[in-house]
Design a protein around this ligand. Structure first.
Ligand SMILES: NC(=O)OP(=O)(O)O
Length: 338
């Protein structure tokens, strides 16, 4: 698809390559590319309706196998702000429930779409779909990664603090969750110093820790683990938490709530942090469990701005992937059978 450029494109940020074909993990983005995406998102936030002629007629497909409020609506709104159209499919509205494979689904949807966003369970599914698709695939959340969220997290911190490199941040709660994993990747790419506080059996994935540390050797960041929330938040510019019970783990509710007691982000915990610390939460929150209402609604909370930043970051991702795919299209062999 051709991609007309806005009239004043010269003044607009260019995302430095190499731009990946898909966005499945934060680690798909080189640090410079990630920084460029944040610059573009910031420009789109300043001029939200300045891009409505960027991708006229392009189609976004969203395939959701789990519920979503923020990701789904921000992607659709972002598409509209780029002049695109969007179609949202829940799993049960497709033939997936009747046994059509995810791979076959991705291959067929590619015939109708310019970009496909997928929310699913196992990360391997979105990888397989990206392998079969002939259009870019955006991970709209898997059990292990949530890159769209991490971009909004970074934009929010950058707006508040200016410079990300060298910041000290804490994640308190489920260290094995997709939000923590993607925030770890975001810290690695931007040179932040992260301490993750979680019960030992919810420690962050070792392979992702190793990958982050390798990148941090170049970006200057660091990551450490603790089982003590107070230790993690000491000196932290930002304290991040997430729901204790992921969407597909309701059967673990009682066990998790018991195990995470002591990991709540409340005023007592924040008294151990910097006076100017800010609080992040990807939402939806369970008020009174992982975070108190006083903190969520208090003057240290950046949570609502973080949610709002899902839109310009989604807009930057869609624009960059679709534009780059259009530039690559001439080099591609048609999919066998087409
Ligand atoms: N944070 C987030 O991904 O929210 P949704 O599950 O509502 O999309």
């Amino acid at each position: 698809m051709t991609t007309p450029t806005p009239a004043n494109a010269a003044a607009r940020p260019v995302v430095p390559g190499p731009v990946p074909r898909n966005l499945l993990r934060v680690g798909d983005l080189a640090p410079d590319t990630l920084a460029g995406l944040l610059d573009l998102a910031a420009a789109m936030k300043r001029e939200p309706l300045g891009w409505t002629s960027a991708l006229p007629g392009a189609e976004l497909g969203c395939l959701f196998e789990k519920p979503s409020t923020r990701t789904r609506v921000s992607l659709v709104a972002a598409a509209h702000r780029l002049g695109m159209r969007a179609i949202v499919l829940n799993r049960e509205e497709t033939q997936l429930d009747r046994g059509e494979t995810a791979v076959d689904t991705a291959r067929v949807l590619s015939c109708y779409l310019d970009v496909l966003a997928v929310r699913t369970f196992a990360h391997a599914v979105v990888e397989e779909m990206a392998g079969a698709a002939t259009v870019p695939v955006v991970n709209a959340l898997t059990n292990t990664h949530h890159p769209c969220q991490a971009l909004a997290d970074l934009l929010t911190l950058r707006e508040h603090f200016g410079e990300l490199a060298g910041m000290t941040v804490a994640f308190v709660g489920d260290g094995r969750g997709n939000t923590c994993h993607s925030f770890l990747g975001a810290c690695a790419a931007t040179g932040m110093n992260l301490t993750i506080a979680s019960p030992r059996e919810y420690d962050t994935d070792q392979a992702l820790l190793a990958e982050a540390r390798e990148l941090m050797a170049h970006t200057g960041g660091s990551v450490s683990l603790t089982t003590e929330p107070a230790q993690a938040v000491r000196g932290a510019h930002a304290v991040y938490t997430d729901a204790w019970v992921p969407m597909d783990k309701h059967h673990e509710q009682t066990e998790r709530v018991a195990r995470f007691a002591g990991f709540r982000v409340d005023d007592d915990l924040l008294a151990q942090a910097r006076q100017d610390t800010v609080v992040l939460h990807c939402l939806p929150a369970v008020r009174g469990l992982e975070i108190t209402s006083e903190v969520l609604d208090g003057n240290r909370s950046l949570v609502w701005r973080q949610a709002a930043n899902r839109l310009p970051t989604a807009q930057a991702v869609l624009h960059t992937l679709v534009t780059t795919a259009g530039e690559r299209a001439g080099d591609q062999e048609p999919h066998p059978g087409l």
